[in-house]
Unconditional design. Structure first.
Length: 437
């Protein structure tokens, strides 16, 4: 391999992140104590991204809807997105339920739920107590707009952004200068994202080193069957369900996966889709999805379209039932599915949110012991990587599907971008040599 090729590959973000992940796995295995101490590296990277999310989501949604210039048009896109999210989430829940019932990884564990120490899951069960349907809708409205932005509450920011965009649309041409300023501001924020992404390999290194150091490869092996089942189910969902959606859109799933390979590796390393939302907004627009659709669908999908989380919820809940010898009828499992259609919403790409949603589901059922969550605590971080990557891919495909449905996807451009793989700047495709990663 010649030197120029090595330099070219070494300059790519996906390669740097992959190296960081491999180095983190090795370090966490060889020196677990040091691996645990490196947790702040991953946390710092996520914190840097979260710092940018509120303004980027606000500007993306406002500019997207305002540029449509038609409230009915925006409402139609939003309704189509919600319909798509519900159908795909239901499919994910059903697929997870079918696979876990076939493989039965928890059968034979014979765990006595009354003997489980629940101290380690207190924070999750406490959070789950506030996850009722009423609380969910009440939390959509912030006590103050400033508070929503300060705390990074994605659903609240989206709600305010939609209302603000509707108000600007009613103002007509008077609002054009403000929309243009917000658009320019958004491009500036994307420039900050490019700077922050330089530390993505370090963040992935620290996050993976902590995971392996804290939970260990050996202890995770005892739950290997469940882990394999979750990863395999997520893979099946991506290949067959999302693959079918992409074929209906006239595009190749594999080409799309190659196009977002950087983001997939970053999410796998950090176990949070938040880390790549700004880049995904840029990439979806660059590949030919109209800006107005991207700005509305992608951020909303982060909160409402968690396909990987849906798969995990059904599989984890029934695994706990199997492990604790709780017999679930077909009706019981249908009730679980219905409850999870609600509890799977609003995770907003945050690492660990799926575990809180699972706690909320079990608490509302009063049949599967909530204490059984302790069985999953040690491997939840590993399972979180599978569901986070699935969520990422699912939201990208959702954006493509809605854009295609609305006639706002430039299919020839998308095919060309997939084939050529141009790099991006805040203003669009450029020569790959000039852009890191």
């Amino acid at each position: 391999m010649n030197v120029s090729l090595i330099k070219k590959v070494g300059s790519k973000l996906y390669f740097q992140v992959l190296v960081g992940i491999i180095a983190g796995i090795i370090l966490g295995y060889v020196n677990p104590k040091l691996g645990i101490e490196l947790k702040p590296l991953g946390d710092l990277f996520i914190k840097l991204i979260r710092m940018l999310l509120a303004p980027i989501i606000f500007a993306s949604v406002v500019v997207g809807i305002a540029r449509m210039g038609n409230i009915r048009e925006a409402g139609r896109v939003g309704l189509k997105a919600i319909l798509y999210f519900e159908v795909l989430s239901t499919l994910a829940l059903v697929i997870g339920m079918v696979v876990i019932n076939i493989l039965k990884p928890g059968v034979g564990m014979n765990i006595d739920a009354s003997q489980i120490d629940t101290t380690s899951i207190t924070s999750y069960t406490t959070a789950a107590q506030h996850s009722t349907l009423t609380e969910f809708f009440m939390n959509l409205v912030p006590n103050s707009v400033v508070g929503a932005f300060a705390q990074g509450e994605m659903l609240q920011i989206i709600l305010f952004s939609i209302l603000f965009a509707i108000a600007l649309t009613h103002m007509g041409g008077k609002a054009t200068p403000l929309v243009d300023i917000l658009d320019l501001f958004l491009h500036g924020m994307f420039g900050v994202v490019r700077i922050v992404m330089y530390v993505a390999p370090i963040g992935a290194f620290g996050a993976i080193a902590f995971t392996i150091g804290r939970y260990g490869i050996g202890t995770l092996a005892s739950f290997g069957q469940l882990m394999v089942a979750v990863y395999a189910t997520c893979l099946l969902f991506v290949v067959f369900v999302l693959g079918a959606v992409m074929r209906l859109c006239g595009l190749s799933l594999w080409s799309f996966l190659k196009y977002i390979k950087d983001e997939i590796l970053i999410v796998f390393g950090c176990a949070s889709t938040e880390a790549v939302l700004p880049r995904m907004l840029m990439k979806m627009e660059t590949m030919g999805c109209e800006k107005s659709v991207v700005g509305l669908v992608l951020p909303t999908g982060y909160a409402f379209n968690a396909d990987g989380t849906a798969i995990y919820l059904t599989m984890a809940a029934i695994f706990v039932a199997q492990a604790t010898n709780v017999n679930l009828t077909v009706w019981d499992q249908l009730v679980i599915l219905g409850v999870m259609l609600l509890t799977s919403k609003g995770s907003a790409g945050v690492a660990g949110a799926g575990f809180v949603a699972l706690a909320a589901t079990l608490a509302s059922m009063h049949k599967i012991p909530v204490s059984g969550l302790v069985l999953l605590l040690g491997i939840d971080r590993i399972l979180n990587e599978a569901r986070a990557v699935t969520n990422l891919i699912g939201n990208g495909v959702a954006t493509i599907a809605i854009a295609r449905w609305e006639g706002r996807l430039d299919v020839p451009l998308a095919a060309k971008v997939f084939a050529d793989g141009p790099a991006m700047t805040v203003s669009g495709p450029v020569d790959a040599e000039n852009i890191p990663g």
